[in-house]
Design a protein around this ligand. Structure first.
Ligand code: URA
Length: 209
C-alpha cells in the first residue's frame, strides 16, 4: 500500500499558513509556494540512493558520495502544478520537466487529457508528479495513469494540501505511488474545494478568477 507522508517541518507549516490566508496577494503566494516546494523537495529526495565516486580534493584522493540510480523528472499537472516546479528545480536543477494537462469533462465529470509532453526516456526516470491540491484525486489518478501508460515505473506524488477523500481515492488507485503532502485537511465541500484549504490554487498563483 502507498505511504502517505505529511511534512510537518515548522518552516513548511509556517509558510503554509500564509499560503492559506486569503489576504496573501499573488506575488507573495507565488513566492511562498515556490519556497514550500523547495523545502518539500529536500524532504522527498531524502531516500535517493547514493554511490561512491573517486575524486581529488586539493589535499588528497578521496571517495565521496554522489546521487546514483535513476535520473529525475518533474511533472506538473497543468496549470497549478507549474507553481511548484521552480522550487523543486532550485534543488535538482538537472531534472527534466514534463507537463500533463487535464480538464474535467462537463458531462462525465471525468478528467480528459488534452496535453502531455514527457522526457523521451520515461521508463528510466524517477518522476515527481506535482499538483498543489489533492481534492477528489481525479486529476492525480489520471495523470499517474498517463505516466504509467507511457512506461513510468517510479513515481512519487507531491502536493501542498490534500483532502482525505483524495488521499483514499489516489492510494487505492495507485498503491505503488507514495504521496507527500504538507497538510491533510478536513474534507471537501459541496463544490469540491478543500476545507479549510486555500481556495483555487491556479487562480491564486496566476492572479485569475
Ligand atoms: N483545486 C483547488 O485549486 N482548490 C481546491 O480546494 C480543490 C481543488
Amino acid at each position: 500500500m502507498a505511504k502517505v507522508h505529511v511534512f510537518d517541518h515548522p518552516l513548511i507549516q509556517h509558510k503554509l499558513t500564509y499560503i492559506r490566508d486569503k489576504n496573501t496577494g499573488t506575488k507573495e503566494f507565488r513566492e511562498l509556494v515556490d519556497e514550500v516546494a523547495t523545502l518539500m523537495a529536500y524532504e522527498i529526495t531524502r531516500e535517493l540512493p547514493l554511490m561512491e565516486k573517486e575524486i581529488d580534493t586539493p589535499v588528497c584522493k578521496a571517495t565521496s558520495n554522489v546521487l546514483a540510480g535513476k535520473k529525475l523528472g518533474i511533472v506538473p499537472i497543468l496549470r497549478a502544478g507549474i507553481g511548484m516546479v521552480e522550487g523543486i528545480l532550485n534543488l535538482i536543477p538537472a531534472a527534466k520537466v514534463g507537463h500533463i494537462g487535464l480538464y474535467r469533462d462537463p458531462e462525465t465529470l471525468l478528467p480528459v487529457e488534452y496535453y502531455i509532453k514527457l522526457p523521451s526516456d520515461v521508463s528510466e526516470r524517477h518522476f515527481i508528479l506535482v499538483d498543489p491540491m489533492l481534492a477528489t484525486g481525479g486529476s492525480a489518478i489520471a495523470a499517474t495513469d498517463s505516466l504509467k501508460k507511457r512506461g513510468a515505473k517510479n513515481i512519487q506524488f507531491m502536493c501542498l494540501i490534500a483532502a482525505p477523500e483524495g488521499v483514499k481515492a489516489f492510494t487505492e488507485a495507485h498503491p505503488d505511488v507514495d504521496v507527500y503532502i504538507a497538510a491533510l485537511d478536513e474534507k471537501l465541500d459541496e463544490k469540491g474545494y478543500i476545507v479549510p484549504g486555500l481556495g483555487d490554487a491556479g487562480d491564486r498563483l496566476f492572479g485569475t478568477k
